[in-house]
Write a new protein. Structure first.
Length: 91
């Protein structure tokens, strides 16, 4: 006898990948950088980073990965995992 999908227990919770601006803000705060410090380190204007973090514009993924890994010295997958972990406690 098989169980129907509606009655089965979920082993994993499916989560959407956070948006680039959310990843950048989380990583920056995790490392204790200001927006000005982050932008200067990456070679962009502070307002560009602010617009990314405020979701006015979406950064390209290569910018997100470069900022997180090269400026903040964090692993992008670890950051995404921490964001999802933090969100799970807010349900």
């Amino acid at each position: 006898m098989t169980q129907s999908p509606a009655n089965s227990t979920r082993i994993f919770t499916i989560r959407k990948t956070p948006r680039g601006g959310e990843i950048l803000r989380f990583a920056r705060r995790l490392r204790g950088f200001t927006q000005a410090e982050s932008a200067a380190s990456y070679g962009i204007e502070e307002r560009t980073l602010r617009r990314w973090e405020n979701r006015e514009f979406d950064p390209r993924w290569n910018d997100v990965i470069s900022l997180v890994e090269d400026v903040y010295l964090l692993d992008i997958l670890d950051v995404i995992g921490k964001i999802n972990h933090d969100d799970s406690h807010n349900d």
